[in-house]
Design a protein around this ligand. Structure first.
Ligand code: ZN
Length: 179
């Protein structure tokens, strides 16, 4: 396997290329890579840099779902664990949005410890992107809807990392303050 720092930098570079030109939802349509950088950095901070595969998987967590990247490619380039973490964070896009959301709530408690941390970091980042000064009614509805659903998913993921759990609670509090 690649040295830890290379796992992380190779993952960041691949994610940057694969998500090139994509914008994230929420505040100012930031480049998608901002979301990936946030998730990877949350995971690195939560584990104090002790788990390079987890941080690499954070960079890559949306590549199977949103780009033409496959689990096999990730296993070949990185490791089986990284490929499997990303696969665990990939929704079945043949389902409708409401079904995908319900499935995330139901599946969360059965995920691996690492995938649970990625899911919490993902939700923290996505709530943060929806928090903006002076939101419109539509933005407010979207924030209420997203943070309510995210809270249900994260309920099944908590307990593995106290710092990440607290960060999530802070994000929900900040969202509630706007509602
Ligand atoms: Zn994501």
């Amino acid at each position: 396997m690649l040295a830890p720092i290379r796992l992380v930098t190779e993952a960041a570079e691949l994610a940057a290329h694969r998500h090139n030109g994509m914008a994230r939802k929420g505040r100012g349509s930031e480049p998608y890579i901002n979301h990936l950088a946030e998730v990877a950095n949350l995971l690195a901070t939560a584990t104090d840099g002790a788990d390079a595969e987890l941080v690499a998987a954070g960079w890559l967590h949306d590549t199977i779902e949103d780009t033409d990247t496959t689990r096999e490619e990730l296993a070949r380039r990185f490791s089986d664990r990284i490929a499997s973490l990303v696969a665990e964070c990939t929704d079945d896009m043949s389902l409708r949005k409401a079904e995908r959301r319900q499935k995330q709530i139901e599946d969360a408690p059965h995920k691996s410890p690492g995938a649970k941390l990625i899911k919490i970091a993902d939700k923290i980042s996505n709530i943060g992107a929806r928090i903006q000064i002076d939101p419109s009614a539509e933005e407010r509805d979207d924030l209420a809807d997203y943070s309510g659903w995210a809270t249900q998913v994260v309920a099944g993921c908590r307990g593995g990392n106290a710092w990440l759990d607290e960060k999530f609670d802070d994000a929900v509090k900040a969202a509630r303050a706007l509602l």
